[in-house]
Design a protein around this ligand. Structure first.
Ligand code: SF4
Length: 227
């Protein structure tokens, strides 16, 4: 897809609903669509909508081996609820070998830890895929605020962000109106949930991602920073 075509699509999708963007993506890419999900509370509206508007999409879960057990349970529950086609990926070395070779890499070098456990497996998952749907929102981080609905990754995959203009409040409303479940740790103060060693509970007034990598100058895992 050429830059002019990306511009045209972004103009066309300005103000369009998530349902309309997903319908286009499904017609355009069908089974070659991949959706990434971290299976936390914020993931639920997109998974709910994908199950209706792009039901053949492959859902990728990057299983770092560091997730909370509650996240794994929540993922399995959502897979049943929405009949999701989930593919799990782990680091190339495999969990056991990773721990033997790197130990607590998340403490010494979280950037490399995220690269090995998330970025590289996603690159593998996207090989052969034509398009990747991500649930990022502008109100989450500065990098995400500057995103477009349709982008092209460095590897040439079309990245589609149909939730970009949603707010945290809209997510809450959607979950309530559709009687959808929330991650079990939400009530314990975990507003945004990633790997257990890199996620802390926060107060309700904090920014959604204030509990992520709190000891480091790091707000992104790297999945959304190579555009
Ligand atoms: S979030 Fe933490 S544990 Fe998970 S991959 Fe990144 S650095 Fe490693």
């Amino acid at each position: 897809m050429k830059p002019e075509e990306l511009d045209r699509l972004n103009n066309e999708f300005s103000g369009k609903s998530t349902e309309e963007i997903l319908t286009w993506a499904n017609e355009e890419f069908g089974e070659d669509l991949v959706v990434t999900s971290s299976f936390q509370t914020q993931s639920v509206p997109l998974l709910h909508l994908v199950s209706q508007y792009a039901p053949d999409a492959r859902i990728i879960f990057l299983n770092t081996g560091f997730h909370f057990p509650e996240t794994i349970q929540f993922k399995d529950g959502l897979a049943n609820l929405f009949s999701l086609n989930i593919q799990e990926l782990e680091c190339l070395a495999g969990r056991e070998s990773f721990e033997q070779n790197y130990g607590a890499l998340h403490q010494s070098d979280p950037k490399t830890c995220c690269y090995l456990n998330k970025v590289e497996p996603l690159k593998r998952a996207l090989k052969g895929a034509k398009a990747w749907i991500s649930g990022i929102r502008r109100d989450q981080t500065a990098v995400r605020a500057g995103s477009n609905v349709i982008q092209k990754t460095a590897d040439g995959v079309i990245k589609i962000c149909p939730m970009l203009d949603w707010t945290a409040e809209q997510v809450r409303q959607y979950l309530g109106e559709n009687h959808l479940p929330t991650h079990p740790l939400l009530t314990k103060g975990y507003l945004s949930i990633g790997c257990a060693p890199c996620t802390q509970p926060t107060s309700p007034d904090d920014h959604e991602r204030a509990g992520r990598w709190i000891s480091f100058q790091k707000v992104e895992c790297g999945l959304h920073t190579d555009i």
